[in-house]
Design a binder for this molecule. Sequence first.
Ligand SMILES: [Zn+2]
Length: 354
Amino acid sequence: MRFFKTVTALSIIVLLLFVTYEQVSASTNVGVVQSDAPLNVRDLPSEEGSIIGKLEPGNKIEYFNTSTDWVKITYAGQVGYVSKAFISGTISTEATSTAGHVESKTGVVASTGGLNVRSGPRQSESVLGQLANGTQIDYIDLGNDWAQITYNGAIGFIHTEYVQSMVTSPTVTPIVNKPTAKQGFKVVLDAGHGGYDSGAVANGLLEKHVVKAYKDELKRTLAADGIEVIETRTGDEFVSLSSRVNQANQAQADLFLSIHANSFADPNVRGFETHYYQSSKEASAINKEIRRLNSGYTRGIYQSNFQVLRDSNVPAVLIEVGYLTNADDAYRMQTNQHQQEVSEAVRRAVQQLK
Ligand SMILES: [Zn+2]
């Protein structure tokens, strides 16, 4: 009998282990680091753990809750832990994690009595303030009837029922005819995201920082070739999608190039993507040159209904320079070598388009 009791006890322990594991791994959350100083990332959920890195205040992170006072994150490709006390603004990413990264939209408040801004995506959360009817806002649709906004410099949440999206129906507007006598070639470089909008977050990388490095290298490379370069953002500021595309339209650019990095639930998915909406000529030229790179693992050309492509009156291309969720891509995207290779490929494509 003692033998059977031992077996039963062991089975219960094994069962409990599985149940605990399930609870830990069930949901991913997105939070923001809210500390006065850089926040330590440790290799164990304890102050005894070794410090493997630091997160800056304001960084947006994806994390798993644990039953301790620590949350689990992926940091530079390895498992790390940070103190739960310094993470706030939790949002469930169920709706967005499999659909790639989140893009912000522009909308107008459509509620005669004004619209409450809450501290969390629930009616029970405290009210931070109100937006008046007709207020224009940039927001990130969380896909669960709630949207995230910036309110007085902090993160706030509004119910999307009272927000009228300013995204127009996807009508294809003709590309403006350029005069035959051309003076030079003008490229608008658009580093995606910025400010509170980090874009995709994975392997310890924020999309907004990664794509800015590519934009900086592209600017150097194209400018050295006598190409006129205009940037939609030069630092880490938030710029709305409509403002980005307006800058390209107003400049009557010869090419609007939006730079992004991808993310996906399956970490094995990797590679470079080229997206267009109206004219595929420019995307084809870039894709062809990327394909010639040794390290240019290209997934090809896609016609995509992205706002920056759809609302552009000038030839527009959106490149996804790799997958932040893939360890090899994440490593490669941090190297200046890949930034230079991509910039050279785009330069050669521009030479053919001129
Ligand atoms: Zn992006």
